[in-house]
Design a protein around this ligand. Sequence first.
Ligand code: 0MY
Length: 282
Amino acid sequence: DPTVFDTRFLRKIDDLGEGHFGKVELCLYDPRGDGRGELVAVKSLKPNSKGQLACHLRKEIDTMRELYHHNIVKYKGVCSEEGGRTTKLIMEYLPAGSLKDYLPKRKHQTDLKRLLHYALQICQGMDYLGSQRFIHRDLAARNVLVENESTVKIGDFGLTKSMKEDKSYYTVKEETDSPVFWYAPECLMDCKFYPASDVWSFGVTLYELMTYCETSSSPTTVFSEMLQPTKGLMTLTRLVEVLIAGRRLPCPPRCPDTVRELREVVRCWGIKVNVYGVHSLL
Ligand SMILES: Nc1n[nH]c2ccc(-c3ccc(NS(=O)(=O)c4cccc(Cl)c4)cc3)cc12
């Protein structure tokens, strides 16, 4: 079975990213032992992670197994260790890394047309995800990978949830280390995630694209300055207050009005009320 990887032949080369409970590593899978094996990206839990997190990773694996799209990172298989008690997710390796790694270094070679081409591909990947009745819940530039200067792929599904047949949203039970500055108001206020919540996060990701993912202009930097000096839970309360007051991330320099309108007025951060929970900001 080509989707089963033997841990004996998996050798770590580098770190690719780290979440609260997991990590993504670049590994060489070299069953012939001649150093000419295949480079893969391996997602695993950090040591001493609690049992329920192993269940989360297995659910992420089950999700990725079902996804086939040009703008979604390819699932390659799994690698089990410790007698099957721990499982690692094996994905295709994209050497250019995430938009967060790539854009700041390529600012002068990336024009508006290409930024919007990336935005379109993120939409195409997310549209496919929605068509499979999944809500991503963590769309952000750090989770969008660059295959080459013309192609990007959604690269992490750690918070992705499937909507039950009879439901149009997902209720969060417990959440740690939440990417609150990418969250729509209904997520912050009611812990409910709708497909439209991903649209809000796409608006924040579009803002990251238009600022070339520069840390000085990042949503975290800008919102933290906006909310000073709150900390912890107060940040969440204060963030909801400023969003209800109508404040938003600023329009990046040289951002065309059409893109600003897409983000702020028409689709992503619009102040709308409807039964489907599209940003139920009053
Ligand atoms: N360069 C790559 N090729 N294939 C990949 C698959 C995933 C990733 C990846 C995807 C997402 C991240 N974002 S991240 O914020 O580091 C992250 C978030 C949640 C959980 C974890 Cl373990 C890591 C970091 C790396 C990179 C590559």
